[in-house]
Write a protein that binds this ligand. Sequence first.
Ligand SMILES: *[C@@H]1O[C@H](CO)[C@@H](O)[C@H](O)[C@H]1NC(C)=O
Ligand SMILES: *[C@@H]1O[C@H](CO)[C@@H](O)[C@H](O)[C@H]1NC(C)=O
Ligand SMILES: *[C@@H]1O[C@H](CO)[C@@H](O)[C@H](O)[C@H]1NC(C)=O
Ligand SMILES: *[C@@H]1O[C@H](CO)[C@@H](O)[C@H](O)[C@H]1NC(C)=O
Ligand SMILES: *[C@@H]1O[C@H](CO)[C@@H](O)[C@H](O)[C@H]1NC(C)=O
Length: 516
Amino acid sequence: MWSSFKFGLAVSFLLPYALLPGYGYVPKTGLIARQKENNGSDNFLFDYPGQTKLPSLEDLIRLNSTNGTFLPVDDIQGDILIGMKKPKQLFFFYQINDAPMFKAVLRRLIYPFITSTSQLICTTCPPIKVMLNVAWNAPGLKKLNVFDDLLDPHFNLGQVADADALGDVPGRKTWVPPLAANKTHGVFLIASDDDAAILALLNQITTWLGTSITEIYRLSGAHRTGAMEGHEHFGFLDGISQPAVAGFATSVMPGQSLIFPGTILTNVLGDPNLGARPGWTKHGSFLAFRQLQQFVPEFDQYLLNNALNDPSASLTVAQGAELLGARMVGRWKSGAPIDLHPLVDNPAVGADPNQNNNFDFNHPLPFNINTDQKRCPWSAHIRKTNPRADQPSLGNHIMRAGIPYGRDTTKAEFKANKTRTERGLAFVSYQSVIDNGYRFQQKAWANDINFVPGKSDPTPGHDPIFGQNGGSTRFSSGLDPWNPAKDFKLKDFVVSRGGEYFFSPSMSAILNPIAL
Ligand SMILES: *[C@@H]1O[C@H](CO)[C@@H](O)[C@H](O)[C@H]1NC(C)=O
Ligand SMILES: *[C@@H]1O[C@H](CO)[C@@H](O)[C@H](O)[C@H]1NC(C)=O
Ligand SMILES: *[C@@H]1O[C@H](CO)[C@@H](O)[C@H](O)[C@H]1NC(C)=O
Ligand SMILES: *[C@@H]1O[C@H](CO)[C@@H](O)[C@H](O)[C@H]1NC(C)=O
Ligand SMILES: *[C@@H]1O[C@H](CO)[C@@H](O)[C@H](O)[C@H]1NC(C)=O
């Protein structure tokens, strides 16, 4: 809790910062129009449903000269503040064998392909067909003769050492062997419209690098398509409650948190270690990667077996299953928050960034946020990982840039042969302090049965979606008429297959000191 407490202080600084001219600015056409053209020849950034619109580079440059200071977006890798917003993305993990050769190839050949934020939001530049971002873990930086302490203990120790603390099955039993082997030094994140373009760039890069690296592991992500576009594998609309980052956002949606850039980026305003880290860490970010397998048929079956009914017993089993799923997540599959629409979905609200975050779990009297969970259970996924009025904390936000992976096995296929291709979420979050961001959300919030404290039920339960609890999951309480007086004994529907903590440096730091 120390970090939330510490960041309570930041609230008092937020007001003048929020009032900086420029934050009332509403982006007009530009990239918004361009994002929508993603079905045509001009494929650029996809406009997934319900997500906040991006500022354009032209907006930022214009506002920068008259209305306040905006971040130098040409120095920030593209994935950090906005994600690469492409239908396909490859994560390629490697070990470095030959540092001088690796550095030379990185500097001369790979660097021109690395995509900055300004390239992604520039509306007058040629669209980028294949996007590349790069990051290294602590042993990787050492291997490249960068010995500075970045002042993040969990980055320094690595995620292999952190697995038990994160709640993974002890001994990393569920981890994929290449990630459990603790041999990774770096990762390439490559995104495009199709796998062929991704593989072409990867092939080029690995040819250049030759024997200076060895592949450790790769994971291919793909957004779902059609009606499920932007939805994760359980079917819920994803990516819709990102914070607005001051110095980048040109508008703040209703209910959206406005945070300091230093909550996400290292060594800028709001980073608790501002000034103490090595100078070159400015405009970088720590990347927490997790491969999270989702057990979709089990989840669906669980919802059917435990389908809720309202007091008038008017719901069908299918509707009751839908309602239980919505109460476990805190949103309907459409993205509509149950805090606003507790009983009936409202897809228009889910798809509208002006409405889909416009709630904080509190309501006018006689509603009591500490005794009443008729609207949203205290342990619903989106409430555990972003408690809003339950426990306001600006310093624990993350930027998410993950993508689903794996194929959609149909129920029929699964019934037929009881095997399925693994699928889940290639989870990526960016934060300036791992233990304030991803790690905090997982450990102190999602996995902790006692969080949020101060409720009439002192043990509100684990996050039923994201909690890593080795099977001992409790969801919600007997005080909720929609959850009869019993604890739901959940299985783990999401299981960690491993991960790593990386540092994603600024564009300038890639050249110096990393590729120097
Ligand atoms: C930016 O500043 C100019 C000059 O002070 C002002 O006229 C304009 O309204 C501001 N724009 C926004 C979006 O705040
Ligand atoms: C893209 O979608 C728009 C409508 O959203 C449609 O008018 C246009 O023909 C589509 N373009 C292509 C190339 O499919
Ligand atoms: C805004 O101005 C600052 C200070 O001159 C500069 O460093 C930064 O790159 C500018 N940002 C943009 C988006 O132009
Ligand atoms: C992982 O490897 C690094 C060296 O590359 C080592 O320092 C660290 O102790 C290892 N972690 C574990 C848990 O084995
Ligand atoms: C069995 O599962 C595999 C992988 O999901 C799939 O390719 C195959 O078509 C399935 N076979 C049957 C008979 O459903």
